[in-house]
Design a protein around this ligand. Sequence first.
Ligand SMILES: Cc1cc2nc3c(=O)[nH]c(=O)nc-3n(C[C@H](O)[C@H](O)[C@H](O)COP(=O)(O)OP(=O)(O)OC[C@H]3O[C@@H](n4cnc5c(N)ncnc54)[C@H](O)[C@@H]3O)c2cc1C
Length: 407
Amino acid sequence: MSTVAVVGGGAAGLMAAGTAARFSKVTLFERNEKVGKKLYITGKGRCNFTNLTEPSEFLRSVVGNPKFLYGAVNKFTPADAMAFMEAQGVEVKEERGHRVFPLSDKASDITKALTNYCKGNGVDIRLGSYVEELVHTDCGYEIGFAGGEKLLFDKVILACGGITYPSTGSDGNGYLLAKKLGHEIIDPKPSLTDIKVREDVSALEGLSLKNVAVSVCVGNKTFLRQGEMLFTSDGVSGPVILTLSAYISRMDCCGAKLYIDLKPALDTETLDKRILRDFDKYKNKFFKNSLDDLLPTRLIDYITERTGINPDKPVNSVTKSERQRLLQIIKALEFTVLGLGGKERAVVTSGGVNVKEVNPATMESKLCKGLYFAGEMLDVDALTGGFNIHIALSTGFVAGKAAGEAL
Ligand SMILES: Cc1cc2nc3c(=O)[nH]c(=O)nc-3n(C[C@H](O)[C@H](O)[C@H](O)COP(=O)(O)OP(=O)(O)OC[C@H]3O[C@@H](n4cnc5c(N)ncnc54)[C@H](O)[C@@H]3O)c2cc1C
């Protein structure tokens, strides 16, 4: 029976280890004192572990290298992920947007299910085991630990995660192990994160806007999304912004322009008529008091300032060109992007092990026979909605099956 080492006890490593152990002798090494440290904080502690869509639709939400994931997501589908959890005794539920959670709303149930799967199949889980070195020898793979101990395995599955939330254990060290074995690492960048802007928005911190359209123009590309966003102390965040960050994370976005259309349902002409109606209604008031019906209270001072119109000007003396300026700002409130939120606050990593060097049918390295990759370590990433954990589970399943079965 061949021996398999799995490095990393997140969703990918646990799934890979439990699956490989159906056919081989498996040892899982996790640097932390418990497995699944990141899983505990996913989905605000509820763990949105998959998205119940057909694989073809699922792949439309994958931003980084969807084609590479075609085989994995078809071999271990979202329906399989649900059935897997149920078989491990976890009741599940589907929520808005096909997102699937444990019925208990406890992420710990998902970690328990994966751990039980490993234990049930006889995986030897070694906690507090930081793999420092990985060497390909004629007899297999030599794994070196802090303290000098070395162990030999026939095969290795690297599932060390990405660079985000490094306090959970995934701090990018896995890339170094892969790099030393000759793999190219596509520059890992934070994704699904907030966007920092040059303008001072600190006065708006915490203000949430529903149903706005946000566009980001990077070079000659424009990305547009509509929905909910909020202001932070130094930029913007919320669902729409996280999605946009995924599209621009691989680009040099410093200096890019971000526009918020505060009234996407109204075209310019209709909005102008609406403003004129409001100006008429508030004709005896100051300009700053004429926008109450149109904008959230907390935004009025900010918008007024951006128009450059004297806030204490009587509404009936606001000129046509001033009104046009107001209109333009409401339809396209402009910001200059400074960059994305750092790895401490990003949900996922874009970049990682170059998928061109990995066989998508098995997750085996094309450069080192017997070496496999799974999860966020790979240069794959998706939008929010349960896609990223599913990617970890499905690539873990494929890598585990291939590593366990292969002679
Ligand atoms: C706040 C937050 C919320 C999220 N919510 C969701 C969600 O609801 N749904 C969703 O789909 N995705 C979510 N994600 C993303 C998702 O959690 C990850 O994409 C996924 O968990 C990655 O799994 P992984 O197994 O590849 O990596 P990880 O979970 O990062 O696991 C890697 C493991 O390897 C260990 N390790 C690393 N190096 C070594 C080493 N040298 N030796 C030994 N062990 C090592 C680490 O300690 C870690 O336990 C969220 C992410 C964050 C940060």
